[in-house]
Design a protein. Structure first.
Length: 157
């Protein structure tokens, strides 16, 4: 998507489609829309392609979380169970965010659409970052648990 959306990165929009996700105000969204008028079809395609990406990353993170959530102590497992639900919510929020961006890219720019896009994007990214952090930290948590278990066994012997 970075390759496909390379023309969306301009001096006014250095982050490309992320600038639209986090425009935050009607003025910023209107500026982005006007900047992208010559390449509006690329912006629309970028959002449409993202629908496929949503399915892929949601399935990947969901599967990874299902495989590792049963490790660690009960608190870590409960957080893992929450993260399994969190990635599904993130995928749903990404779909809603894309629908809102499509409205903006079709010229329907309003305070409610821009603010909602920002909110759904922010929560989606937070949930994804938490899920990835959980996946990456689980081996460290498990290693610490094994070291503590081995220490306890050695103390008992």
């Amino acid at each position: 998507m970075q390759y496909q959306g390379v023309l969306l990165k301009t001096p006014q929009t250095p982050m490309g489609i992320l600038d639209l996700e986090f425009a935050g105000t009607v003025e910023n969204a209107t500026r982005l829309y006007n900047t992208w008028l010559p390449v509006l079809a690329i912006a629309l395609n970028n959002v449409l392609i993202d629908f496929l990406f949503i399915i892929c990353y949601t399935l990947l993170l969901h599967t990874a979380l299902l495989l590792i959530r049963k490790r660690g102590d009960s608190l870590w497992r409960r957080f893992g169970n929450w993260m399994v639900r969190g990635v599904i919510i993130a995928g749903f929020f990404d779909v809603v965010e894309n629908i809102l961006m499509l409205r903006t890219l079709n010229g329907h720019i309003s305070k409610e659409v821009v603010a909602s896009t920002f909110m759904f994007a922010a929560i989606k990214f937070l949930l994804i970052v938490l899920a990835i952090a959980y996946i990456l930290l689980t081996p460290l948590v498990m290693r610490k648990k094994r070291v503590q278990s081995n220490t306890l066994l050695n103390d008992l012997q």
